[in-house]
Ligand binder design. Structure first.
Ligand code: ACO
Length: 331
């Protein structure tokens, strides 16, 4: 990438609802079992919002922590990018609620809609701004309330999803340090959009449109087909990023993939020929939290001492649409 400046993650935060929904709880709601969910997905439990709670509360909490750890005040922020497909409202955006909640009075704010790849898309946008405006500080958030768009009668989807929020502050990488965002891969494939949809509530079918069955107001997915696309694309992105940066799998210190299914992660790990200790997994605790998944994983990887300054980290994600994203960075 051509620029005098490199951007870097200066601080990270996360927040998840305290309400835990276990596989055993789900056994009482739909025809499923802890055994099936564990073997097919790797998920044991997920966090979900209490009635009356909103995901903005957690996006704000995660943002405050990220700012504190970056030693950046809310007033220093120039931009807030919130990756989400489940904002509190359609108007105002979730990023605006964060802007108000943290009193980032000098920041612009917008939501970014790129499903589970949204956080990587957000990082890529922030990186472009920093390269042109090296003094800017940008908050990139991934926050989802998927439980609010989950059909709790549909066992093929309700066992997979969870809620949460992660946030990072992005700014110019200190010149003296060998860290920062090195490269991105962004992609999309609209040809198979019907495999993963949430039709109700958009402008095609307004809320309560009688032409649309009730189930279309929730996320619907043809899991087996999505699985095939996901595995193929995640491998492609990872290999492409390594190749064009003259790197091999041995250079990767930690692979942090989107946490959608442990079997997808395992497939990717095997294709990249990485040992288990080089792939971060926390899907058992949170399920698939869409745009929040990668920042939650990055946060916990660092907390557990699996990410040290200067480590080469590979992020890879895919999501409905389809969207795809990858990022290569030195922590
Ligand atoms: N409990 C018990 N049985 C179930 C459940 C369940 N929760 N869900 C499905 N089954 C049954 C099916 O009905 C099927 O039964 P049948 O053989 O009698 O027809 C059987 O289990 C196998 O179903 P498959 O769909 O083939 O199961 P698979 O091994 O593919 O696992 C899963 C399903 C977990 C959904 C997997 O396909 C997957 O993870 N796909 C990718 C999902 C994903 O990553 N989505 C990302 C985007 S999500 C977003 O953007 C918000």
């Amino acid at each position: 990438m051509n620029s005098n400046y490199k951007s870097a993650i200066l601080g990270i935060g996360m927040a998840v609802p305290s309400k835990v929904l276990t596989n055993f709880d789900l056994e009482k709601m739909v025809e499923t079992s802890d055994k099936w969910i564990t073997e097919r997905t790797g998920i044991k439990e997920r966090r979900i919002l209490e009635d009356g709670e909103n995901i903005s509360k957690y996006a704000i909490k995660a943002s405050i922590e990220a700012l504190e750890r970056a030693n950046v005040s809310p007033k220093e922020l120039n931009l807030i990018i919130c990756a989400t497909v489940t904002p509190d409202y359609l108007i105002p955006s979730l990023s605006i609620l964060v802007q108000e909640g943290i009193e980032a009075v000098n920041a612009g704010a917008f939501d970014l809609f790129a499903t589970c790849s949204g956080f990587i898309y957000g990082l890529a946008v922030a990186d472009q701004f920093i390269r042109n405006n090296p003094d800017w500080k940008i908050l990139v958030i991934g926050a989802e309330a998927l439980s609010r768009k989950t059909n709790w009668k549909d066992r093929t989807i309700c066992v997979l999803l969870g809620d949460g929020a992660g946030a990072v502050v992005v700014g110019k990488s200190p010149q003296s340090e060998n860290r920062g965002i090195l490269d991105f891969f962004l992609g999309a494939d609209g040809s198979r959009w019907p495999l993963l949809t949430l039709k109700g509530g958009g402008s095609c079918y307004a809320p309560f449109d009688k032409r649309l069955p009730e189930e279309e107001y929730y996320i619907k997915m043809q899991g087996r087909e999505v699985f095939k696309v996901a595995t193929r694309m995640m491998e492609k992105i990872a290999l492409e990023l390594l190749k064009r940066n003259g790197l091999t799998n041995e250079d990767i210190k930690l692979l942090v993939p989107h946490q959608a299914n442990l079997r997808i992660i395992e497939y990717l790990r095997e294709r990249l020929n990485l040992p288990k200790n080089k792939v971060y997994v926390n899907i058992h605790k949170y399920g698939n939290t869409s745009a929040a998944s990668i920042p939650l994983a990055l946060y916990e990887a660092e907390k557990e001492g699996k990410l040290k300054e200067g480590d080469l980290v590979l992020l890879v994600a895919f999501g409905g649409g389809f969207t795809f994203g990858g990022a290569l960075l030195r922590w």
